[in-house]
Design a binder for this molecule. Structure first.
Ligand code: 13P
Length: 256
């Protein structure tokens, strides 16, 4: 049984520490009794310290939205895994499509970050997903295959199992267009097939695969009920405690 994981990717929102703390103060009591779902909130870097502090005695874990693969040095503007670790951050999102598209991050760079995160015992959430043109051209599986092959290059199966994959079709992010549960399930199964060929069936079945893209309280249940969808990475709807709690409850319900 894979434990569902719900991540709140706040993107460049709620970066003022008091703003983060206010939201988390509402979320903490409502999720108190949820123990069958991993809950991760990823605020901007500026609010990570406050987020770690306020969630210390709760069942919410804090994640960063990015990191660099070197520990220290002349890398202006970058944040290292060492700093995150020392701050008490436990997860890190890597290779989000906004990082890939806007900041030109390559699979090769994400692979280096992934290996570094794992060596620092940060739990990585690695995003993959196709553009609309690629889906329309019937290239979704090819894109996913290449991203997995390159992003997870030379990863041991022990490390792979510690990684969470977030399948986020880019055309569904922030657009209100959700991939249907069937479309998502098909790709999640395909991801497991690739991993079975690359590793083995035990590894392929153990890894958690989240869906991301316009998840809302109204569509969460039907997505999470699918066998191979192990929760979600939520953007817009994770900014308010009420809507995020509804989504967490939908994931929790699938474990009963
Ligand atoms: P939305 O939920 O706002 O579509 O964002 C999804 C996402 O990119 C999560 O990482």
């Amino acid at each position: 049984m894979r434990k569902p994981i719900i991540g709140g990717n706040w993107k460049m929102n709620r970066g003022i520490p008091s703003d983060t703390v206010n939201m988390l103060k509402k979320l903490i009591p409502s999720v108190k009794k949820v123990n069958s779902v991993d809950i991760v909130i990823a605020p901007p870097f500026t609010a990570l310290g406050s987020a770690v502090e306020i969630t210390k005695k709760s069942n919410i874990k804090i994640g960063a939205q990015n990191m660099y693969f070197e520990e220290t040095g002349a890398y202006t503007g970058e944040i290292s895994s060492l700093f995150l670790k020392k701050l008490g951050v436990e997860y890190v999102i890597l290779g989000h499509s906004e990082r890939r598209d806007i900041f030109k991050e390559s699979d090769e760079l994400i692979n280096k970050k992934l290996k570094k995160a794992l060596s620092m015992k940060l739990n990585p959430i690695v995003c993959i997903g196709e553009h609309l043109e690629e889906r329309d051209a019937g290239k979704t599986k090819e894109v996913i295959h290449n991203q997995i092959h390159n992003t997870f290059k030379n990863l041991t199966k022990e490390d792979l199992i510690k990684t969470v994959i977030a399948y986020e079709p880019i055309w569904a992010i922030g657009t209100g267009k959700t991939a249907t549960p069937e479309q998502t399930e098909e790709i999640h199964l395909f991801i497991r097939e690739i991993l079975e060929l690359k590793y083995d069936s035990e590894t392929a079945n153990a890894i958690r695969i989240q869906y991301g893209g316009s998840i809302k309280p109204t569509n969460a249940k039907e997505l999470f009920e699918k066998e191979n969808i192990d929760g979600g990475l939520v953007g817009g709807a994770s900014l308010q405690a009420d809507s995020l709690f509804e989504i967490i409850k939908a994931a929790d319900a699938t474990t009963k």
